[in-house]
Write a protein that binds this ligand. Sequence first.
Ligand code: AMP
Ligand code: TRP
Length: 329
Amino acid sequence: MKRVFSGVQPTGNIHLGNYLGALKQFVDLQNDYESLFCIVDLHAITVPQDPKKLKENILDVAALYLAVGVDPKKSIVFVQSDVSAHSELGWILTCSSHMGELSRMTQFKAKTANTSNKDSIGTGLFSYPLLMAADILLYDTDVVPVGVDQKQHIELTRDLAIRVNNTVKKTFVVPEGRYIKEGARVMGLDDPTKKMSKSAENQHSRISLLDDDNKIKKSIMKATTDSEGIIRFDIEEKPGISNLLNIYSALTGEPVEDIVKSYDGKGYGDFKKDLVEVTQNSLKPIKERFNEIRHSQELIDILKDGAERADAIARKTMKRVKENFGLGL
Ligand code: AMP
Ligand code: TRP
């Protein structure tokens, strides 16, 4: 069976973009692949974190994985820092990487663009993609489901795997990215030219999976549209309404064209009201399951078991890596 690996950062506010772009895919993939889904807490500390809040966020993401339908009987669900080999392999890959290739990462450039004192930019932010490469290569991963925003990191992972295989010894499986369709990229509700993000200041820019019905309603009713008043799909000219159509379609499985047809002659208000209902109904069972499991011993047991199973695979890889590099006894 081929292997899938993916990770989500425990940085709070898991939103519709994360759900439709990543988590929902995981649920489908776990039936066809041996799957590992990780809560990447070591990535989270590339920017300062409040330790108490971080721990809460880790458990939140873990509970959300399960609440959306990741099944611990089919998939390994675990916390990155519980398997020490991630850090170990991260270092070894650091030594196989180049300043130039890391400097070219657009996520690094975007995250540091507004830092006026360049000397204070965190080294962890710079080497972030190497830890991500370690996550993936550690499990001989075949397929990595992620949003298109991660494509450059996946390409770097492939480059590193090929480099080590060619210059040291054949060590790594070269993984492939599996990207969500461009249309499945969920944009900010307040500004549909920017992707929906966990960190945007305006909380009405996103719908978090745990938002209550009132907040869902407010955010959608406030969402930016345009003055034409006609419901049609046109990303360039009408990014706002097109984003809402995409969300509607992704949540219901109805093709966008059919939705557009059924709103012929109707206004944005009618459509938004229905989208509120669709969203509330889609998130209801997720929130219910989340509340059941979030503070349970079951959740802790699942993560412990996941870490043990992941560690067993990681150890084997590290043995091979160390041997091939001539490290250790
Ligand atoms: P992050 O929020 O950066 O930790 O991302 C977790 C996962 O969700 C990654 O696979 C991202 O590519 C995906 N993702 C994040 N934001 C969006 C978005 N607005 N639309 C679609 N996918 C997203
Ligand atoms: N960098 C990814 C993101 O921000 C999260 C991540 C870390 C990841 N390690 C990974 C995704 C390994 C896939 C595979 O979305």
